[in-house]
Design a binder for this molecule. Structure first.
Ligand SMILES: [Zn+2]
Length: 54
């Protein structure tokens, strides 16, 4: 039961990182994890782009 060593993959680049070190963005439907701010920004921009298509 060591939460510190739990691993997750970045939502954008799929890099494996410790969950404790991950950034996360709480969306309306789910929580996405990211290895760094750049990946989080990339994901946010993609989401915004999808909305604008409608
Ligand atoms: Zn990443």
């Amino acid at each position: 039961m060591k939460e510190d060593t739990e691993k997750i993959s970045c939502h954008v680049c799929k890099k494996i990182i410790p969950k404790a070190a991950a950034l996360h963005s709480e969306g309306q439907e789910y929580v996405a994890h990211f290895c760094n701010v750049e990946c989080m920004d990339y994901w946010k921009k993609e989401k915004e782009g999808e909305k604008k298509k409608e």
